[in-house]
Ligand binder design. Structure first.
Ligand SMILES: [Zn+2]
Length: 434
């Protein structure tokens, strides 16, 4: 069980416990969790009356019945609850949240404001039961890496973050800065913009250099770019191929924001590991997903959110609202067809478009699209873990894995809405909500 990673974690904890670092957290005591119902792996039969023994941030043992604790251990009584693995959201934007102030925020918020916003948003996300998130775009801001590293070290309590840094976009594309006076945009930039094969290789390398865990690309137009340039392909095929090849050369997965069918298929052909949104995918696109062994992160909550915002008025600009009303209502139907076609679906919400902490609403929407509750939960646990390459650490509750554990009242396998109210959250062995 004592892997290299475990030794590294111990070494980190030893450094943090040194007297020079007064912000170090005390080591959590050994914890005994009494689970009334245990869904250790969504998809496998649940168990009843189990004890999970947690030590040093990991699950040390899972025993039948309610085992008497050793001296000094802490007991968490969840005998009346359903206990599950912490959830994984593979598409969030922790540093922002869409509002009527969003445009102004870009020129008024300091980096320190973003850091504290990100901390609050991360804590809301964790309290909602999401112990791992993938942040897919915090343009120009290294803050997301700082948050990730603070949470990973245990100095601040938050979800495990994998971060893309800035999304890579072509000039004038969805991820390029736009909608301001030209001289203002010069101040706000540079974003991660690239044009042409060599330049796009550079852009990927720069994000890896900055600390990215995953590469995010805006392959097509997007709903929230304040331009009337549609939702079609924006990078050329050779640029997409250069980006995917460079990411893979450097050992990183690469995912594409893509709405239009041609853009989705171009990214899949280029070797992208996953596609975000995928709004206009059809049966031919689904076949390509499967042939390329790629996964879809559908973010139907974002579609529902922008559709509501466009109808209500007040938040989106004219160009944004027009695109929202075109694409938003399509997404649930696309997801239903993708599921039937057998496409790999990974849970992701695009939270930051929707409010942070509402992430589990996506699970309800997936069930509306025809997923069984267990299929939906699997996409947010086992599926998410595989997607981020951490199946050996997260996604199920098993001996040796991270103690990322949540509990709810009721049974989410019967009624998925039970997952909307999470009563208990433990992240890497530390209790975040009780
Ligand atoms: Zn997004």
């Amino acid at each position: 069980m004592r892997s290299t990673l475990f030794s590294t974690a111990l070494a980190t904890m030893a450094i943090l416990a040194s007297p020079q670092l007064s912000f170090a957290q005390p080591a959590s005591p050994t914890t005994y969790i009494y689970a009334g119902k245990l869904i250790a792996e969504p998809g496998s039969p649940p168990a009843t009356a189990k004890t999970l023994i947690i030590r040093d941030g990991k699950i040390e043992a899972i025993k039948d019945g309610y085992v008497a604790p050793q001296a000094g251990a802490k007991i968490v009584d969840l005998k009346s609850k359903t206990v599950l693995p912490g959830l994984i959201d593979s598409h969030v934007h922790l540093l922002s949240e869409l509002s009527p102030r969003s445009v102004l925020n870009q020129v008024t918020k300091e980096e320190s404001d973003l850091a504290l916003d990100g901390l609050v948003n991360a804590q809301k996300t964790l309290a909602a039961g999401f112990t791992t998130v993938v942040d897919l775009g915090a343009d120009g801001h290294h803050t997301i890496f700082a948050l990730r590293d603070q949470f990973a070290s245990g100095r601040l309590l938050g979800p495990r973050i994998l971060a893309a840094g800035a999304a890579i976009s072509p000039t004038g594309g969805h991820g390029d800065i736009h909608g301001f006076r030209e001289d203002v945009m010069h101040v706000l930039g540079p974003q991660s913009v690239c044009n042409g094969v060599d330049d796009c290789r550079r852009a990927v390398r720069e994000q890896v250099k900055a600390g990215a865990n995953i590469i995010k690309v805006t392959a097509t137009g997007g709903v929230l770019s304040n331009t009337a340039s549609g939702l079609g392909q924006q990078f050329f095929d050779d640029e997409l191929k250069a980006i995917a090849d460079t990411a893979h050369l450097l050992g990183k997965n690469v995912t594409a924001h893509a709405h239009g069918k041609e853009g989705i298929e171009a990214a899949l052909r280029a070797g992208f590991d996953s596609i975000e949104h995928s709004s206009y995918a059809d049966e031919a696109t689904f076949a390509l997903y499967k042939a390329k062994n790629a996964c879809m992160v559908p973010t139907v909550l974002a579609g529902a959110t922008v559709t509501d915002m466009a109808r209500a008025g007040g938040t989106l600009t004219g160009a944004q609202a027009a695109k929202a009303l075109t694409v938003g209502p399509l997404m649930l139907n696309m997801l239903a067809r993708a599921r039937k076609a057998g496409v790999c679906i990974v849970f992701g919400t695009d939270s930051g478009v929707s409010r942070h902490g509402d992430n589990a609403r996506e699970l309800e929407l997936m069930v509306e699209a025809g997923f069984t509750p267990v299929e939906a939960l699997r996409s947010a646990t086992v599926g998410g873990a595989a997607h981020v390459g951490l199946s050996d650490q997260i996604g199920t509750l098993a001996v040796g894995k991270a103690a990322d554990i949540i509990a709810v009242s009721g049974d989410p396998l019967v009624n998925i809405s039970a997952i909307r109210k999470v009563d208990f959250v433990m992240a890497a062995g530390r209790i975040a909500k009780d």
